[in-house]
Design a binder for this molecule. Structure first.
Ligand SMILES: NC(=O)c1ccc[n+]([C@@H]2O[C@H](COP(=O)([O-])OP(=O)(O)OC[C@H]3O[C@@H](n4cnc5c(N)ncnc54)[C@H](O)[C@@H]3O)[C@@H](O)[C@H]2O)c1
Length: 267
């Protein structure tokens, strides 16, 4: 056990993929969950995102583990949606102890061919969205003088990526937020770290494969070179890292970048 019983975590992008796996892993540790997700498909990137049905199934699965789960459909770009989520958490649960900034999109495009709409959607969801959500939760954590924020970046937040410059820019941006928030919030005993997975076996990978007319394996291989002989890691591998970072076992860990890349960045 990771000493997390009866804590509360707000997870963005919780309907499926990594967010869902993290919700279930934290729920297994006794953490109550606020599951926030846009729960509809957006024009950009165009592949299938989470759904209300997935949010409802997640709620049932969390409750089976003996914890509460509030589901809040909403967009990380919309401050009013975020306000509703934080208000629901504060009225129905003790507080918010953990924020997993995870909602994100991905799509390929050469820099000179990207539209402004594509650039804006990528940066607004992956980077600005993380700040908008944190902006409403940081005061709650400051008041209680404790909290943990984990930003889901990518290996693309630590290297360049072919045909993914807007994605990489958003993910490098999360490192800047992580390090700056760690400085601002350490006096309040709030820890802030980022995680950097290689390709993960989630619906995002399937969505990119559909858009590109490729197989999910080919999409994973484009991230160019896990050292360990696996095309991708599983969402549960990411969840294990998040559970550790959220727990008191990581009580003096802040401002750091945690790589889960099957060795990719070693090259
Ligand atoms: N899949 C990978 O290979 C991979 C690798 C490294 C990092 N990441 C990052 O991990 C995070 C999770 O990715 P995933 O693989 O689980 O993707 P996914 O597409 O499977 O799930 C993403 C979830 O975020 C939600 N979401 C998207 N836009 C949203 C918005 N505007 N507001 C609220 N919710 C929104 C979706 O509905 C979906 O449920 C993303 O930030 C992604 O960039 C993914």
């Amino acid at each position: 056990m990771a000493d997390l019983k009866d804590k509360v975590a707000l997870i963005t992008g919780a309907a499926h993929g990594q967010g869902r796996a993290v919700a279930l892993a934290l729920a297994a540790e006794g953490v109550h969950i606020v599951a926030f997700d846009v729960a509809k498909t957006l024009t950009y990137p165009g592949y299938e995102l989470g759904s209300n049905q997935e949010l409802q199934t997640l709620k049932t699965e969390c409750e089976t583990r003996g914890v509460q789960c509030l589901t809040v459909p909403g967009d990380v770009r919309n401050d009013e949606d975020i306000r509703r989520a934080v208000e629901a958490a504060q009225s129905q649960l003790p507080t918010i102890d953990i924020l997993f900034n995870n909602a994100g999109i991905c799509a390929y495009g050469l820099a000179h061919e990207l539209t402004e709409d594509a650039w804006d959607a990528m940066l607004d969801i992956n980077l600005k969205g993380a700040w908008l959500v944190a902006r409403r939760i940081i005061p709650v954590m400051m008041a209680q003088k404790s909290g943990v924020i984990i930003n889901n970046s990518s290996v693309a937040g630590l290297r360049g990526m072919n045909r993914l410059s807007h994605y990489a820019a958003s993910k490098w941006g999360l490192v800047g937020l992580t390090k700056s928030w760690a400085l601002e919030l350490a006096p309040y005993n709030i820890r802030v770290n980022s995680i950097h997975p290689t390709g993960v076996n989630t619906p995002m990978n399937d969505g990119l494969a559909a858009l590109e007319g490729a197989t999910p394996q080919e999409i994973a291989e484009r991230s160019a070179g896990n050292l360990l002989p696996v095309p991708w890691v599983e969402p549960e591998d990411v969840a294990a890292m998040v559970v550790f970072l959220a727990s008191d076992k990581a009580r003096y860990v802040t401002g750091s970048q945690f790589v889960l890349d099957a060795g990719l960045l070693t090259r």
